[in-house]
Ligand binder design. Structure first.
Ligand SMILES: [Mg+2]
Length: 395
């Protein structure tokens, strides 16, 4: 008999992340555990991760649907095929937890040199939107850390300033030395997009992600035909029904597609995108979508098993102050799975209002808060519980 539970964890950004959808300060994830009631210590872990205003799952009824799935876990995946079509993040989380469980719950989901700790995955360095100076500082930091592929979010500051950032980079680093990708997140209007792309193309840009908003297939297909910079579809792939995948690729004919398994509905769905893309000679890479390390690890191991040598978008694990501890580590411009490092033991971890504690650190925290006039309501509650010796039972 299978059992399934989940814990909600709110990730806090170290630096609020500027995107074309506004500033992200926090991001919610639900950690899913699935286990057999005869072996309760062997828990397969998955993560349902949503980005507000982007994920299909960001809709009313998400937590109710997740709870329904956990309650009916013994009949997964024999559900109505439409059951999770509107909840790709839940599908991703469940699929991941099942793979982990079926492989012994060691968080090794797909074996490769990466999962053994012997091979890194090349990743791009992500430059967040912000002021000119903030972006310039990030670019210097990434290049100094050893990144050979940089991805710039564009569309937030004046276009001329963005061009001068690109010029600044190219004055110092040639195309051979540094690959430059840009991501407009749909910020250009169809009327201006081609002209802007032509200006960007003076700086040897490898690719531009989603120059115009999704669901403008005709305009996007014209852009893909005329653009001097190869176009990569990203948001365009989110929310498609399975039969729309070949239709989209045939109609738009993009140069690249970008796969985000937690936004697309998991590895099976992402695999069908890859199959259809490769049939049409369309290249691809994958990226994480601000998951905590459980989801990021699953995506990284999946990519590593697919022999795709392009730099991937997997540098997001270090963006948060309160990610769970994992063996994932970035060295220069590669993501590694350290064979000696450990995972946070989620069994002994409490997630309270975006902070994670083990029993010892919760004790320290509560001790610090006793007699502190600045104490917040939730801290008061847990401090009282702790002082009354009730934490174990209540938490
Ligand atoms: Mg993108």
């Amino acid at each position: 008999m299978l059992k399934a539970t989940c814990i909600k964890h709110t990730l806090n950004f170290k630096i609020p992340g500027g995107t074309s959808r506004g500033i992200l300060k926090t991001k919610d994830s639900w950690f899913i555990s699935i286990y057999n009631s005869e072996a309760p210590d062997t828990k397969g872990l998955g993560e349902a991760s949503i980005i507000r205003n982007l994920s299909v799952d960001d809709r009313p009824g998400f937590e109710e649907k997740l709870n329904w799935c956990l309650h009916n876990i013994n009949t997964f995946p024999d559900w109505n095929p439409d059951e999770l079509i509107e909840f790709p993040a839940i599908n991703f989380g469940l699929e991941t937890a099942f793979i982990d469980l079926n492989k012994g719950a060691k968080h090794i989901l797909f074996e490769s040199g990466f999962s053994k700790g012997t091979k890194g995955i090349p990743i791009n360095g992500l430059i967040w939107m912000g002021s000119f100076d903030f972006m310039r500082q990030q670019i210097h930091d990434k290049i100094n850390s050893g990144f050979k592929c940089i991805k710039l979010k564009i569309g937030a500051i004046e276009f001329e300033k963005e061009l001068s950032l690109l010029k600044m980079i190219r004055d110092e680093f040639s195309e051979e030395e540094l690959e430059l990708r840009v991501d407009a997140n749909g910020a250009f209007s169809p009327a201006e997009a081609l002209e802007k792309i032509k200006k960007l193309s003076e700086f040897g840009i490898h690719s531009i992600e989603q120059p115009i908003k999704q669901k403008q297939w005709e305009k996007m297909s014209v852009l893909c035909r005329k653009s001097p910079i190869p176009i990569a579809l990203d948001e365009e792939l989110i929310g498609l029904k399975p039969d729309e995948i070949p239709k989209l690729l045939d109609y738009i004919k993009p140069q690249y597609i970008i796969l985000k398994p937690s936004l697309l509905g998991g590895f099976k769905v992402s695999g069908s995108f890859i199959k259809e893309a490769e049939k049409r000679n369309i290249s691809w890479w994958a990226t994480s979508a601000l998951e905590a390390n459980i989801g990021l690890n699953a995506i990284a191991q999946w990519i590593a098993s697919l022999n795709n040598d392009m730099p991937q978008g997997l540098g997001t694990g270090t963006l948060f102050t309160n990610n769970i501890i994992s063996p994932l580590v970035i060295k220069k411009d590669e993501l590694f799975y350290s064979s000696t490092a450990q995972w946070t033991n989620l069994e002994n971890t409490f997630f309270i209002r975006g902070k994670s504690f083990n029993t010892v650190s919760l004790g320290h925290y509560c001790n610090e808060k006793i007699n502190n006039p600045q104490i917040e309501d939730w801290e008061k509650r847990y401090t009282n519980l702790y002082c009354n010796g009730l934490t174990t039972r209540i938490l």
